[in-house]
Write a protein that binds this ligand. Sequence first.
Ligand code: ZN
Length: 467
Amino acid sequence: MLLRMALHRKARKFTAIAAAVALILAPIPAITQEGEKLALLRDTETEQLLRDYSRPILRAAGLEKQNIQVTIINQAAFNAFVADGRRIFVNHGALLQSETPNQIIGVLAHETGHLAGGHLARLREQLAQAQTQMIIAMLLGLGAMAAGAKSGNTNSGLTNAGAAALAGPQNMILRSLLSYQRQQEESADRAGVKFLTATGQSARGMYETFKRLSNDTLFAAHGSDPYFQSHPMPADRVAALEELARSSPYWDKKDDPSLQLRHDMMRAKISAFLERQDTVYRRYPLSSDTLPARYAHAITTYLHGDLRNALTQIDALIQTQPNNPYFYELRGQALMEGGRPAEAVAPLRKAVQLSNNAPLIEMLLGQALVASDNKAYVDEAITILRAAVARESEAPIGYTQLAMAFGRKGDLAEADLASAQAAFLRGDNKTARDLASRAKTRFAVGTPGWVKADDIVTAKPLPGQKK
Ligand SMILES: [Zn+2]
């Protein structure tokens, strides 16, 4: 399942910071652009792979206890950044454009370098300082202009002195911020290489990626690439990185072939779900019968409405890898979206089992059970969905399906509560409050359901959320 989700509430927190950054610092608005239209991708297969990529790096950085997640943003441009100290954000474009695991692992290592260095907190401090300096500079400038105006000398040098006073310090502040950002980039490079070496991995992919991006920006309109904007890459930085990376004993170490295959499968899936069909067939020609190509073909066939043909292709994939949970997941998803939810139940059960109860797949199974319109399935759906939302608290679909299951049972109190929780996760606080208020009237006062509903009614919206 590749789920396109609107921005959820936890990720919203950082938009305020990003906006503050954008006010002052030109090279960072890339983050703000992300912040404003941040739409996330949720997919167990991709997330599991990124967890496997990031876990050793985070451990080497001493961050294994921080529960840092890699979150995928639904954007095609190459970008990766840290924004709230708890997450590394990666655009799906960065995954698609990374040809090897080592290339994207290098990007994750660099971003982990920012996290480990506490760069965000320090950047915020610098910005707060800069903001104060900027305001003082502006006041000084305005003061000088006012003085010019008072003397009746409106188009004299004095007025211009006022304008210069405004521009001069701002420029200096901007330059000092830029050099600060530059230092952070170099220190993240060094830390990234250190983590890679400590985990027996090559920093070649990291160097290749940065080198390619710095070359690209020579040809593209300068600074148009968001990663370039958030990560300035002058030639000497790339050269320093190359020297550092080549000094590692693991420079020539290749990715494990099974990891490369998982990487290629992930890229095939992202392409098939998100790119135009002609692009998918250009990347994965019909003449190609590699596993990733067949995966991409099966997905794009089902997405374009040929369910029968898609099922044949998916069954052939299952024959090749009978223990791959994501092939069963795909079969279930195709059947469900093709209007055959009852038939989706069996493959999704298998996918849940093979994935060790991955919550996003459990939610899909819950959805199939509910949509099957079979009374015998309702209690099971509720049990599975409750277990899923307990472990995966950020996907509103779990609560939406739970609400439907309770609706089927006629349990309106629980149905309202689950709908309120779904709305809350979508960031729609008004709907969440309305539904939670109604749920409260249906529960006995003080019961666990009533308490949960009351929590939502009294929750304070985060900055930037609908009241
Ligand atoms: Zn960086």
